[in-house]
Design a protein around this ligand. Structure first.
Ligand code: UD1
Ligand code: CA
Length: 449
């Protein structure tokens, strides 16, 4: 079935108290609206249309940075959910197939639920709404069901006392044939308690026209909407809990799962050991058999099979580690390819560099990659050994099996197999330390008299 997703994301989100449009607030490093989009992605929609309003330019930028094929249409004034969907009418004028409407601030609708809605459509329902049994029905719209048929949806503001007793509530998710949906929406008015064009009105309009409406239900956790920062933190917790379970189910050991923070797209292999307080930013791939030791931070990087990273390491974007690499404590890497078996064990910054297989980078080594204007590359050959506390002033290349003496400032290339040392020659003055100390003690004693 050809499918279009319509994501409503025009609302301001006043209760966020933020200059950022609500749908751009992140969960696990990705904006809420991206989570909503991705919820429908496994259904392989041929079109995805985001309806933006508040902060529309920013919403367009962020959504299209995630995926340039997503279309963004504008709802200048927020006149209600039906009016919002109507803004996608022109974009989908030529489209034939079903449309599913999702909310940009409701990130957790499961693909199984969306498939159940498609199944209800296949069973003959013209309009399928997603409902849930609400613990606290409060302000939610109520689904009025008679003899297994969905008759109407009443907004809480417009409901009778009797209708307010209904606990089956509207999530907002709709599935219908696209042309039918826009026909129904064209008939929605705004004569109600809010003066808004309610998308929910399509149910009674469809029934009056002899069409069939059905309700599919899901768990309330799936329909969790974000309206405040407190909701956002709650949604983050739900996401993290699910993601940790998934990582463990797929064969990773999390020693203290509740302390590990995943990003929306973190990939973790089998037999990976993750110690406490490990944090993943976006774009991280951890291959099989890796150990990530405590308090390490990862972003935009790949850690190859069998590597060991941390504790207290920071892998920044562009860090690519091959197999069996060792990155130790207080090491920062950025835009670096580190070949198999190389070691950077202590207190180093390695950026804009390539490190050859089995190279050993000593404690405190710094690639001086930035001259204040431009960034430059450092190339370290296979089995090279960089002595502790060396500065490699890029652009510079250290040949394979070369050896750099501790404390060197290397600003010129070192040929293969060469030894390079830049320290000034050491001079030992016999007895001088002892004599100096005696003289100072003497001065101190006289001063105290
Ligand atoms: C809506 C439903 C209600 C349901 C509830 C679930 C209607 C009339 N009511 O109510 O039955 O129980 O969601 O959370 O549909 N939006 C726009 N443009 C607009 C209006 C809304 O883009 O003009 C977006 C909002 O940004 C939000 C979503 O649509 O993401 C829902 O709008 P909201 O105003 O929160 O609807 P509710 O009144 O909560
Ligand atoms: Ca709402």
């Amino acid at each position: 079935m050809t499918l279009a997703l319509i994501i409503l994301a025009a609302g301001k989100g006043t209760r966020m108290r933020s200059d950022l449009p609500k749908v751009l607030h992140p969960i696990a490093g990705a904006p809420l609206v991206v989570h909503a989009l991705e919820a429908g992605t496994p259904l392989s929609p041929s079109r995805r249309v985001v309806v933006a309003g508040h902060g529309a330019d920013l919403v367009r930028d962020r959504v299209q940075a995630h995926d340039p094929s997503v279309e963004v249409v504008l709802q200048v004034e927020q006149l209600g959910t039906a009016h919002a969907v109507d803004q996608a009418r022109a974009a989908l004028a030529e489209f034939e197939g079903d449309a599913i409407v999702l909310y940009g601030d409701t990130p957790f609708v499961s693909v199984d639920t969306l498939r159940a809605m498609q199944a209800a459509r296949a069973d003959g329902a013209d309009v399928v709404m997603l409902g849930f049994e609400a613990a606290v029905p409060g302000k939610y719209g109520r689904l009025v069901v008679e003899n297994d048929r969905l008759i109407s949806i009443v907004e809480a503001k417009d409901a009778t006392l009797e209708q307010l007793e209904i606990t089956l509530c509207n999530s907002g998710v709709v599935c219908a044939d696209s042309a039918t949906l826009f026909d129904l929406i064209a008939q929605v008015g705004n004569d109600n308690a809010s003066g808004e064009y309610y998308l929910t009105d399509i149910v009674s309009i469809a029934n009056a026209a002899g069409k069939q409406c059905a309700a599919v239900t899901c768990d309330e956790t799936e329909t969790l909407g974000v309206n405040s920062r407190i909701d956002l933190a709650g949604a983050e917790a739900v996401f993290q809990a699910q993601r940790r379970q998934q990582a463990m189910a797929e064969g990773a050991t999390l020693v203290a799962p509740e302390t590990v923070q995943f990003a929306y797209d973190t990939q973790v292999g089998r037999d990976v050991l993750i110690e406490p307080n490990v944090v993943f930013g976006p774009g991280v791939v951890i291959e099989d058999g890796v150990t990530l030791r405590a308090f390490s931070h990862f972003e935009g990087c790949r850690v190859g099979q069998g590597s060991v990273v941390g504790p207290y390491a920071r892998l920044r974007p562009g860090s690519e580690l091959a197999e069996n690499v060792k990155i130790g404590n207080f090491v920062e890497t950025k835009k670096v390819q580190i070949a198999a078996g190389a070691k950077v064990n202590h207190l180093s910054y390695i950026g804009d560099a390539t490190v050859g297989a089995e190279a050993n980078i000593g404690a405190g080594t710094i690639t001086c990659n930035y001259d204040g204007v431009l960034k430059h590359q450092t190339i370290i050959g296979e089995k090279a050994f960089i002595g502790s506390n060396s500065s490699l002033v890029a652009p510079v290349s250290i040949g394979a099996e070369a050896l750099v003496g501790a404390g060197s400032v290397i600003a010129a290339d070192v040929p293969e197999g060469a030894l390079a040392v830049t320290r000034a020659k050491q001079e030992n003055k016999p007895g001088l330390a002892r004599r100096l100390r005696a003289r100072l003690l003497d001065i101190k004693a006289k001063a105290l008299k």
